[in-house]
Design a protein around this ligand. Structure first.
Ligand code: SOE
Length: 414
């Protein structure tokens, strides 16, 4: 029970870096703004760098800190395990948590390989038989303008979808002196721009359209193949073997004090950029671009859908806005309308501020926490499911196979 008399949901979170902080904030805020039936209680944070984990714990009010995830997943005061580690530990932690009867929220992409994602989905399906819920953290689905886009596609506003255009553009790797952090190592991250940010636009476009990608033709490239190794970083040791709870380094900025010349340089083993064509189940033609080298673009997600009855356009740099074009309107008065997504009947907005008062990146994490807690309380299946995460993983694998030249057009198995 919590102070306001509602039952608590004990959260155990593994990881404390960028995503760990975003999730901590969400768990803390969810019940302050939304009338949730279960109140998240920040029970325990696992992080192998004890001081860093303690700092995050004291900033956000985690009740305890442990150095390893293994003890966390078996604690009786933990009902839900939140996996915020690099991809190489997702499968191991999530499956152990599900087998221990804990609900699981797992950061995206679901896993580093299709085989791991399949094993996780099987574990999730088995656990679901006894009421254990699982969700993958494709958080941008909970940006209100994105949720509105899905609603408009579903109600027929764009008609039959002909084109899907999606870009996720960052520039943090453009500088060749950015150290070899875990996101640049295949054994830790699975892939590079493709899995880290390309996965988001694959998921978002499948979510908005309500369709799946059936095939791809792709190019991948790595522009900077060697980078400085940050002092104290272990480039080659996957932390899954040591039971460690988080990455040693999550720096997305150029080297400086953090990098030692004597530590030398190491090999980048993932893609810096991915570009691919795709086909959707409804027949739409699609183009995708994910890169860490779009200088000047910090975190730009652009999606445009063109259909027989109209179009939708979204840009995360103006995330409270959805551009909507109604092709059935008189062309003399037509064109894209700039819809400010802050009305109380827009998705998630009723819980926040009066119209015109904007939301930010962190609110989508709060929405994710609220939706998951609500599904658990209602005994419903939350989305995106591990099966949705597996579907994205299969697209990523098809992109890699196509880019490796195994075939020009690569079918995505269902
Ligand atoms: C780094 O590229 C990153 O933190 C991604 O891993 C997140 O999923 C995205 O939201 C922001 O950028």
């Amino acid at each position: 029970m919590t102070l306001d008399g509602k039952p608590a949901l004990g959260i155990g979170m593994v990881g404390y870096s960028f995503m760990g902080v975003a999730h901590s904030h969400a768990w803390r805020d969810a019940s302050s703004f939304f009338d949730v039936a279960l109140v998240p209680r920040l029970r325990v944070l696992a992080g192998r760098n004890e001081q860093a984990a303690r700092d995050v714990a004291s900033r956000f009010g985690w009740e305890s800190v442990v150095p390893d995830w293994q003890s966390l997943v078996h604690r009786t005061d933990v009902d839900l395990v939140d996996v915020c580690t690099p991809g190489d530990t997702h499968a191991e932690i999530a499956i152990a948590a599900l087998e221990a009867g804990k609900h699981v929220l797992c950061e995206k992409p679901l896993a580093n390989t299709v085989a791991e994602a399949e094993a996780m989905t099987r574990a999730a399906d088995r656990a679901a038989e006894s009421g254990v819920r699982s969700m993958v953290g494709f958080t941008y689905r909970r940006v209100p303008a994105i949720a509105l886009a899905r609603r408009l596609v579903a109600d027929g506003t764009v008609g039959e979808i002909r084109h899907v255009r999606a870009q996720y553009l960052q520039d943090w790797a453009s500088d060749p002196d950015v150290p070899l952090n875990w996101r640049l190592q295949k054994e830790r991250a699975g892939s590079g721009a493709l899995g880290d940010i390309g996965a988001h636009i694959v998921d978002l476009t499948q979510f908005i359209t309500g369709e799946r990608i059936t095939g791809v033709s792709a190019m991948l490239d790595t522009f900077v193949t060697e980078r400085p190794v940050a002092e104290g970083d272990s480039v080659s040791t996957p932390n899954s073997l040591s039971g460690a709870a988080d990455a040693p380094s999550d720096k997305l900025s150029p080297a400086s004090a953090a990098t030692s010349a004597s530590a030398g340089r190491g090999q980048v083993t993932v893609d810096d950029a991915a570009t691919f064509l795709a086909r959707f189940t409804g027949g739409a033609m699609a183009t995708f671009e994910a890169t860490r080298f779009a200088s000047g673009r910090k975190n730009s997600i652009r999606i445009e859908i063109n259909g027989s009855a109209g179009s939708l356009a979204f840009d995360f740099e103006d995330m409270n806005v959805l551009h909507v074009h109604d092709h059935t309107e008189d062309p003399a008065r037509g064109g894209f309308r700039r819809v400010l997504v802050t009305e109380s009947d827009h998705p998630y907005l009723a819980a926040w501020w009066p119209p015109g008062h904007l939301l930010g990146y962190e609110h989508s994490f709060t929405h994710q926490a609220v939706d998951l807690v609500t599904a658990i309380a209602d005994g419903a299946d939350p989305w995106p499911s591990f099966a949705d995460g597996l579907a994205v993983q299969r697209v990523l694998a098809a992109v890699e196979a196509s880019a490796a030249g195994k075939s020009v057009w690569t079918e995505v198995p269902t």
